[in-house]
Write a protein that binds this ligand. Structure first.
Ligand code: IVH
Length: 750
């Protein structure tokens, strides 16, 4: 270690550099200790690094990094635990923020099921602010405990879960296989006592009970977990060999009888008004419960209806979390910084004098976009009574759940006399390219594309993120360093895969860099090679195309089945995409002309004419229809995909990446053993025994694709009374047609 400047003598800039260095050193030490089981520094050296980091943070609180090692109190890195694949995925919940959202939730469920609104019963119970855990019992014996992880794969924390006294080790009278799910949490009293002990021992206290519970459960050493008082509330289940009950409330009662702690505030409610009343009851008791809750969860009571309702990609249709309002605090806005994102968006960030909001220290908050700063909403309307936000202002900050803090309000009485309105940059602060706002877009974007270092680096970070290529040992920090390192020169995803070869040929080896050694470099090469085989949906998501998030990527992967098919289709459909762009332009012109002439704009006429003028060929039209026929894909996604693949820089980078891959794994057909698996089905006319939405969800659950229009690709038409042109077309094409009873009989045993 080089001679260290004492903390008291550090200038701000040096302090920031030092924090970066310490963070890297500590991350490295953690990796050596936990992943490679080969610590390179002593415990005392490790502690000294951590102490120095904490001292610098104390002196310069605003410099505290997002990845600060002091936030990782005793936490072991993820890979220290074995992985567990969940037999039944662990899902999250959709959110409701007000009473209307709750009524709407009931309304949409009732519609899906085809019953009148207000006819369904729901359980309402506190939403515990801890971390979820799945406990697997076989023949009544606790065999495995796993965290949620990404929902599909979690961490094996069995040894730690066994130390929690409210988790039974054995069950009497349980089904042969039973996975109990619930929340691990720490009570306020235990949290206060733990923090007092932390402080006494010279360790950093935990920010809140949730962090304390998470840090305690994810300890590699179960004796530490045992010394931390954790508790468990059961509220759900996963894999089961026999049903627990016919209703949610019955199942919870049964879990209570089996010896689990279930929440005493769980109540059966007869529709939205009772649910909202119980929400108010729980909210009123929030402060005196003795543990943190952040809302109320509603679940459809009838389990057979839960089954009919099923799931969206990450949340059940039959449950929702009604969140408590966000917590608020006032602080000084010290500066407005501009960050440039993956798609070039210029995002203003408020640098705040650190303030505690709901138990967490906040020093940054999003300011959304330039209109938001100026006091205007998305549609140009006034917000905050039109008050703008300036550097030096006294602002109100809030945090809702886990989301990034936001600035809600400004106190004009405290505005400094010399504060001036914020001028939003029109050049990219990173690459200097023009930053422009397209018509109708709230966001100003850098036009530099991949020549903009910020966009390139953000794209790389996205590429290696967890839902994308997820390369072990190659996180955001590493790709950023590799991008900036002229020798390593990782400028685009393909460069990650050529790195080993280039490194072998170069003298400035990666293994000579700070934080890297022979073993870790070898490990990195292996981790990179492992990802030459990648699932199609991860590849699509990893490209970082605007509007193509995780769920859309999965939809696209399922719809096309291969990268080649997707690419070919998008390219063939290009003329239609261009026609839509031309139509957008024509609409814009018409709007201006109409405004000047003082008449109403004829948008749909103009649009239609513009598209007709483009005279696109039939195959382009068919490709476009097939593209937007995919579940969840609309014109916005289709246009964005089209633009990305038509851009030579982007498509070049994609081709170079694909050249480096060995296998693109197609999506698993959801079900292959049902009579409709792999088939394309169209529903038309009135369905009398189910709703359209339910029929669609059911067909998809059985591995079928549901399309809105009949074509030669259609395998089956399900036609209810009143079916019109689709039935005629299907008959012309000789497509098998069933009525609703025939359809229900076909899938009855599936
Ligand atoms: S039910 C399939 N009930 O909230 C739905 N979740 O935001 C399973 N949570 O991941 C969840 N209290 O960790 C449910 N009473 C409760 C809950 C609860 C807390 C957590 C859970 C879930 C998260 C979703």
């Amino acid at each position: 270690m080089t001679a260290e400047i004492s903390v008291g003598d550090l200038a701000e800039k040096e302090a920031a550099q030092e924090l970066a260095r310490l963070s890297a050193l500590l991350a490295r030490a953690n990796q050596d200790y936990h992943r490679a089981d080969a610590p390179k520094i002593s415990d005392a050296e490790y502690d000294a690094l951590k102490r120095r980091n904490a001292e610098i943070e104390d002196r310069f609180p605003t410099l505290k990094r997002d990845d600060s090692p002091s936030e990782q109190v005793g936490a072991a890195p993820t890979s220290g635990f074995g992985k567990v694949s969940h037999v039944v995925r662990m899902l999250s919940l959709g959110n409701a923020f007000n009473d209307e959202d709750v009524t709407e939730f009931d309304g949409s469920i009732s519609k899906f099921l085809g019953v009148g609104a207000g006819k369904l019963a729901y359980t309402a119970e506190p939403k515990i602010d801890g971390l979820s855990l799945s406990l697997r019992y076989e023949n009544g014996i606790l065999l495995q405990a796993a965290t949620r992880g990404d929902g599909a794969t979690g961490e094996n924390v069995t040894a730690n879960a066994r130390t929690i006294s409210t988790i039974p080790q054995t069950l009497l009278g349980a089904p042969e296989i039973l996975e109990v799910r619930g929340e691990v949490y720490m009570s306020h009293a235990d949290f206060d006592a733990l923090n007092a002990r932390q402080i006494e021992a010279g360790d950093k206290p935990f920010a809140n009970p949730r962090n304390a519970a998470a840090g305690s459960l994810r300890q590699l050493d179960p004796t530490i977990t045992k010394s931390r008082p954790l508790e468990f509330f059961a509220y759900a289940w996963g894999d089961l060999s026999a049903p627990l009950a016919e209703t949610q409330s019955g199942a919870i009662e049964r879990l209570g009888e089996l010896g689990f702690q279930v929440n005493p505030l769980t109540k059966l409610c007869d529709g939205p008004s009772e649910m909202i009343a119980h929400y108010k009851t729980i909210e009123a008791q929030r402060a005196t419960l003795g543990y943190d809750i952040d809302g109320v969860v509603y679940k459809v009571n009838d389990l057979s209806l839960q089954e009919r309702l099923g799931f969206r990609s990450t949340t059940p249709r039959w449950a929702i979390a009604h969140k408590f309002p966000a917590e608020l605090a006032w602080t000084r806005l010290e500066a407005i910084d501009i960050q440039v994102g993956r798609t070039g968006a210029l995002s203003p960030v408020a640098r705040l004098a650190p303030v505690t909001v709901g138990g967490v220290v906040v020093s940054n908050a999003t300011l959304h976009n330039e209109d938001y700063i100026a006091g205007r909403g998305n549609k140009g309307e006034e917000i905050r009574g039109g008050k703008d936000i300036r550097e030096g202002d006294w602002v109100q900050v809030y945090r809702a759940g886990d989301v990034i803090p936001k600035v809600a309000d400004v106190d004009l009485s405290k505005r400094p006399d010399d504060a001036t309105p914020y001028v939003f940059p029109t050049k990219c602060p990173v690459c200097g390219s023009d930053a422009v706002r397209e018509d109708g877009d709230a966001v100003r974007r850098c036009t530099g594309g991949l020549i903009c270092a910020a966009q390139a680096v953000e794209k790389l970070k996205h590429f290696v993120s967890r839902a994308a290529f997820d390369i072990e040992g190659l996180g955001a920090k590493q790709v950023e360093a590799f991008y900036e390192d002229d020798q390593l020169s990782v400028k685009e995803p393909a460069d990650i895969f050529t790195l080993q070869q280039r490194d072998a040929a170069s003298l400035a080896k990666l293994s000579n860099r700070d934080g890297w050694g022979d073993a870790s470099v070898k490990k990195l090469w292996r981790a990179i090679d492992n990802k030459r085989e990648i699932e199609l949906h991860r590849l699509i998501f990893a490209l970082g195309i605007r509007h193509v998030g995780e769920v859309t990527a999965q939809d696209l992967a399922r719809h096309f089945g291969s990268w080649d098919a997707l690419q070919r289709n998008v390219e063939t459909a290009r003329p239609v995409a261009l026609a839509h762009r031309a139509a957008d332009d024509a609409e814009r012109v018409e709007r201006d002309v109409a405004a000047q002439a003082g008449r109403k704009p004829r948008l749909s006429e103009v649009r239609k004419a513009a598209i007709e003028r483009c005279e696109v060929a039939l195959d382009a039209d068919a490709a476009w229809s097939f593209l937007i026929d995919a579940d969840g894909i609309g014109a916005t996604v289709a246009l964005s995909l089209s633009d990305a693949l038509a851009n030579p820089d982007e498509s070049g980078a994609i081709t170079r990446l694909i050249d480096q891959l060995t296998t693109i794994i197609p999506p698993k057909a959801q079900r292959t053993d049902s009579p409709v698996a792999g088939k394309t089905i169209v529903f038309t006319g009135t369905l009398e025994r189910t709703t359209r939405a339910e029929a669609k969800a059911r067909a998809e659950g059985l591995g079928a694709k549901v399309s809105g229009s009949v074509s030669s690709k259609t395998d089956l038409l399900v036609a209810g009374p009143g079916a019109g042109s689709k039935a005629t077309k299907a008959a012309e094409l000789g497509i098998e047609t069933l009525d609703e009873d025939g359809w229900l009989a076909l899938i009855a045993d599936a």
